[in-house]
Design a protein around this ligand. Sequence first.
Ligand code: KMH
Ligand code: ZN
Length: 275
Amino acid sequence: MEKLIITAAICGAEVTKEQNPAVPYTVAEIAAEAKAAYDAGAAIVHLHVRYDDGKPTQNHARFQECEEAIYKLCPDVILIPSTGGAVGMTPDERLDSTNTNPIPEMATLDCGTCNFGDEIFDNTMPMMRVFGKRMMEKGIKPEYECFEMGHLDTILTMARKGEVPGAPMQFNFVLGVPGCTPATVGNLQWLVNNIPAGSTWTATGIGRNAFTLAAPAIAMGGNVRVGFEDNLYLERGVLAKSNGELVAKVVKIAKEMGRGIATPAEARAILSLKK
Ligand code: KMH
Ligand code: ZN
């Protein structure tokens, strides 16, 4: 089995300091949280950024500032900026995170419209074509985020038509968002059974599903994402003090199960990244 790639989703667009005071907003806080996750074993940081007051933004200048601060502390980390942003942002606004220098190696590409708690997260096929075209033009490898079973068929059809980048594809199955596909082992297995040979995949369990989905993903040979974007608790009733604690818990589970942890260089090789 390949080594385990751990992604830390350190910030997200929805969670707040009122829910957990350790959620980072400022550039310095975001960089410190990335470093805590990296030191604990994360090869990848999935990045959203905020203004100092906590407001989420896709502004490329703010991404640039945060990325430079992160690279200073973690020079070889793989950054996957979000193109999902926050619910309600326009496609142009969302894609601004890819206008940094250097151009990101990877970025998320969300694979369909879905419920997102009380809201609707809009990802129509015309929107996805725009995102796919931009990533092909810029040589950005997408991380295909699937929140629903049908998202997989949508993105595979688009890849077959050449509308979004094709093989080797990297999927992130984000399960347990309220209103979307539940985070069960059966659902994860179905998704994994239906990806093309040679693909790589990551599992993300939302909220209380963070570690109950991580363990089967580790056993199945997949990769794992954890972090404040997805879950604020280390265990029931205990808030995590940093993203590093969440990553360390995944490292501990993986080590108990005999799976090694990928460095950023090893993760780049597994994901077929050029750098
Ligand atoms: N903030 C969510 C609405 C992504 O990063 O690509 C969407 C999201 C997905 O976080
Ligand atoms: Zn995200």
